[in-house]
Design a protein around this ligand. Structure first.
Ligand code: GDG
Length: 398
């Protein structure tokens, strides 16, 4: 792979990346879990950085090349690039949700975003509902006509833009290979021993982000400890919260709240050297991640909104042994495919508690049956199948 760097100044990072991308678009596209901030100079920075990415691609692409633009940080690139290089075949994939129109409509420059995206010949989203939301935004924010999944752009150079759901996936073979390595399996045993070798290990792995529902998960666990449904000697929770966007204020506040909650739970329910919650604010290499997945009896994915959630798929891919229960939020894109998981609404703490108890107590035959079905689904649509499907649709659309 050849990488061409597009340089960002300190100011670009503050206004474009931390500002417009991660304090305007990210919360807005995740259903305003926290309030998005709108600042006109952040928008100017977004336009300027998108232009630089488009110019870099225009300079690097050969004649009639395919350019695949990724994610919410670059929504204006398809339009700018098309203006610079009409010969290119441009596709765009959005990794995060596309919000309902009532939410999207808050964006002061909503029309420009829609028009920027429509520079592509094919627009891919994670879920069908994201596609539907985008089509509605085309009609309402840009006054365009849609027909089925197509958007019609009229006038000189009339065009049809395709939209479609392409649920992203993982490299299943690579994950499976890691999980069958002897050293990784030995490490998984060590991890269990390190948390006190309890009968049940619950695990959550996320970037420390307010979309992931980490506090909801902790609340459910705390209540189960408080009402005596789980015994802190028998069930241990591992919370891996990878550092993320640490200069954005909402992420600093979340970190404080998560750490205070973990401290409170452990203060209340730990015995000496045996805390019920093991909290890790670190990044790990891939093999350690695989060992963590292998070590856990239950994976808790409690996202309040999530484009897909690859962690859920990775957990499934590591469990060739057909052990392990996946508790999965219906607000993660993965819920459309992974229907054999225990699907939950993370806002419903009682329902989440019931699902955690069901996971802990699930008979082994049911664990195997569900995991087998999950593995079949993840295998059928791995990341190569995902990319092939997108690129062949892009060829057909152009
Ligand atoms: C966005 C969308 C969508 C995490 N900590 C470490 C580590 N990770 C890896 C996981 C997984 C990836 O990062 C996280 O992917 P997710 O899908 O769970 O979530 P986002 O980061 O929010 O990703 C999401 C995704 O894009 C793809 O389209 O699914 O909805 O929000 O692979 O394993 N990897 C290593 N060390 C860590 O500490 N090596």
């Amino acid at each position: 792979m050849t990488l061409i760097a597009v340089g960002l100044s300190r100011r670009d990072i503050a206004e474009y990346y931390e500002g417009f991308c991660n304090a305007t678009i990210w919360p807005l596209y995740h259903d305003v879990i926290v309030a998005p901030e709108f600042h006109r100079r952040w928008w100017d920075a977004y336009v300027s950085v998108n232009r630089r990415f488009a110019e870099a691609a225009a300079a690097a692409a050969s004649r009639a090349a395919t350019v695949w633009v990724h994610d919410y940080q670059l929504q204006l690139v398809p339009g700018i690039l098309r203006g610079l290089r009409p010969d290119l075949r441009i596709g765009f994939f959005n990794h995060i949700p596309f919000p309902g129109y009532e939410i999207f409509a808050q964006l002061p420059r909503r029309r420009q975003i829609v028009e920027g995206l429509l520079g592509a010949g094919l627009l891919g989203f994670q879920r069908r509902s994201d596609t539907t939301n985008f089509l509605r935004a085309c009609r309402r924010a840009a006054g365009l006509t849609t027909r089925g999944n197509d958007v019609l752009v009229e006038g000189a150079g009339e065009r049809t833009i395709r939209t479609e759901a392409f649920p992203i996936s993982i490299d299943v073979d690579a994950m499976d290979e890691l999980a069958t390595r002897d050293d990784v399996q030995a490490r998984a045993k060590e991890i269990r021993a390190a948390v006190g070798d309890p009968p049940t290990v619950l695990l959550g792995v996320d970037r420390l982000d307010y979309t992931k529902g980490i506090l909801h998960r902790l609340k459910a666990f705390e209540e189960l400890l408080a009402d005596g449904s789980v015994d802190s000697d028998k069930v241990r929770m591992v919370v891996v919260a990878t550092p993320s966007r640490e200069r954005v204020e909402q992420y600093q506040l979340l970190r404080e709240e998560v750490e205070a909650t973990v401290g409170r739970i452990n203060g209340e329910y730990a015995t000496l050297g045996q805390p019920p919650v093991h909290y890790l604010h670190h990044s790990y290499p891939k093999d350690e991640m695989a060992a963590l997945f292998l070590s856990a009896d239950v994976l808790l994915v409690t996202s309040l909104r999530d484009g897909m959630n690859l962690v859920a798929k990775e957990y499934v891919a590591t469990h060739r042994d057909e052990r392990g229960v996946l508790v999965l939020s219906e607000f993660a894109g993965a819920a459309d495919e992974l229907t054999s998981a225990l699907l939950i609404n993370p806002h419903d703490i009682e329902g989440l508690k019931r699902a955690i108890m069901a996971a802990i107590q699930m008979p082994p035959a049911e664990v195997r049956r569900r995991m087998r079905a999950l593995r079949r689904r993840v295998r059928e649509n791995d990341v190569t199948a995902w990319a092939d499907r997108f690129l062949s649709r892009l060829r057909a659309a152009s």
